[in-house]
Design a protein around this ligand. Structure first.
Ligand code: AMP
Length: 492
């Protein structure tokens, strides 16, 4: 299917073509027609699937009729409200609104906390049709009566699961009370907890369920490697990896804000330019760090889970988990920063003894075993359940050839997993493989949204009248999240 067949206007098609997209991703293919028909949608999609465009494009199409160049604020009431959990995601969604709406005269802005409210007040007072906001700052505005939401026609809750995790439910409830009854509601979530189902059943009306992801599926394009290491040697190993592999752009995850700060400073002192990004940094610092990272001015961005949510960095090849996350699902989100839209990625984890259970949890969730390797000088016997396999002798010539070819391609030395060559360099001594215990836990063995459909596909008989529902129930099963067709080269 092409974008032309989805019912978008020429102005939107031009903007899409400017981006170099030639074909819609699975979620775009399914969500765009449904949203254009005015339905409420519950989208099960992770970041990296093209979900942002899947709601922004039809939203812009529906609002196009209101586009006008009047100077009067009254002619530009807020017609679409997009709520997101973090400032970074807010910026990213706003940039998408601007990008796809570049040929339309619709006005938009973004508001989030951590920056002065005054400039935001001026912009919203001048009138805007599309507002991207984090819940807390939106409430600040509503309390100061700097904006009204009585004309909102479309409400989007993006990354709803994360908003609930972050405790935004009371804020969201308050905001929703200020919206008109008659409106279209679009909700996107990577996971479907009981809370999400409850929220969905309160907000959405006869929603169409669109599922493009198997929960916690990750791109096949990502290579996962675990390096067992004594906790005290983690920093040293990280520095070694970055220097040895000549990594120029790495996103490193730390568990705490203080840990992220400390690590960024330590890397910096070792000549690896780094910055930290987390909730205690003010907005200017966060934006600056992200911008510097994107432009290659710094090599390492050390992030906490919340701060990294929504980061979209083109062609990011390496994500390193300095510490594993407590929640296995966060591993999926973390590594979702790489291997995006068809590009290859490497997810490296430095795992200490006390993190073994976390690693087991991640493997259960991914339903795959993660390759374990050791590097001379950093060996550790701390991952007990791992079955060490006897290493084949290293073929020195083959290794040399791989090193040379990797360097010439400016790639790192990650080669096919089955080959008897090492991923790293001569100093790698072991290539260990751990067998994953078979899990019977239904949480990990059951499909993505089986129970959810009971709640969401309300009044199926009514829906079946609609052609759109027919389209959704066709045998053409959606692809898992992050399984996007190869990336399309963007026109400059
Ligand atoms: P998202 O899931 O919205 O975070 O999008 C992930 C990435 O995919 C972003 O960098 C988008 O620019 C890119 N993208 C979105 N739609 C398409 C498409 N149809 N073709 C290629 N890339 C896309």
């Amino acid at each position: 299917m092409s974008f032309e067949q989805l019912g978008l206007s020429t102005d939107l098609l031009r903007a899409i073509s400017d981006q170099g997209y030639t074909k819609p991703t699975p979620i775009q293919e399914q969500a765009i027609p449904v949203i254009l028909e005015g339905n409420d949608v519950m989208g099960g999609a992770q970041t990296g699937t093209g979900k942002t465009a899947s709601f922004i494009l039809p939203m812009l199409r529906r609002l196009e009729t209101h586009a006008n160049s009047s100077m009067s604020p009254a002619k530009h009431p807020i017609r679409a409200l997009i709520l997101v959990p973090t400032r970074e995601l807010a910026m990213q969604v706003y940039v998408s609104v601007k990008t796809y709406g570049k040929y339309l005269t619709l006005r938009s802005t973004v508001i989030y906390g951590g920056v002065s409210i005054d400039a935001q007040i001026d912009t919203v007072r001048s009138g805007i049709e599309i507002l991207v906001a984090t819940p807390g700052r939106l409430l600040d505005h509503l309390q100061q009566k700097t904006l009204i939401l009585s004309k909102v026609e479309i409400l989007v809750l993006d990354e709803a699961d994360r908003m609930l995790d972050m405790g935004f439910l009371p804020d969201i409830k308050q905001i929703i009370q200020l919206l008109p009854e008659q409106r279209q509601n679009l909700m996107f979530s990577a996971t479907f907890s009981e809370e999400i189902k409850k929220l969905a059943s309160k907000i959405l009306r006869k929603p169409v369920l669109i599922e493009v992801a198997k929960q916690n599926s990750v791109s096949e394009l990502i290579t996962h490697v675990v390096y067992p290491v004594e906790p005290l040697k983690k920093k040293e190993l990280l520095i070694y990896l970055i220097k040895q592999q000549e990594l120029q752009q790495v996103l490193v995850f730390a568990r705490t804000k203080q840990g992220a700060d400390r690590l960024a400073q330590q890397l910096d002192r070792q000549g690896i330019s780094s910055a930290a990004i987390h909730g205690d940094r003010n907005q200017l610092q966060r934006t600056q760090a992200l911008e510097n990272f994107k432009q290659g001015l710094i090599r390492v961005l050390v992030a906490t889970d919340v701060a990294a949510r929504g980061l979209d960095i083109e062609e990011l090849t390496h994500v390193i988990n300095f510490e594993l996350p407590n929640n296995p699902e966060d591993y999926v989100h973390r590594i979702g920063r790489t291997g995006r839209a068809g590009t290859k990625g490497f997810a490296i984890s430095l795992v200490g003894r006390e993190e073994n259970q976390l690693l087991i949890g991640i493997e259960k969730l991914l339903k795959t075993k993660v390759n374990i390797e050791e590097i001379k000088g950093f060996e550790s016997i701390n991952l007990q359940p791992h079955v060490l396999e006897k290493e084949k002798p290293i073929d020195a010539k083959k290794l040399k050839r791989n090193v040379a070819s990797a360097h010439s391609k400016k790639m790192n030395l990650f080669v096919k997993q089955d080959e008897a060559v090492m991923r790293f360099n001569k100093e790698v001594t072991h290539k260990n493989t751990r067998r994953l215990e078979k899990t019977e836990d239904p949480l990990f063995t059951q499909p993505y949204v089986p129970k959810f459909s009971d709640v969401m596909l309300i009044k199926q008989d009514e829906m079946s009248k609609k052609s759109v529902h027919k389209r959704l129930s066709q045998s053409n099963r959606p692809l898992p999240a992050l399984f996007i067709p190869p990336v399309i080269s963007k026109q400059k």
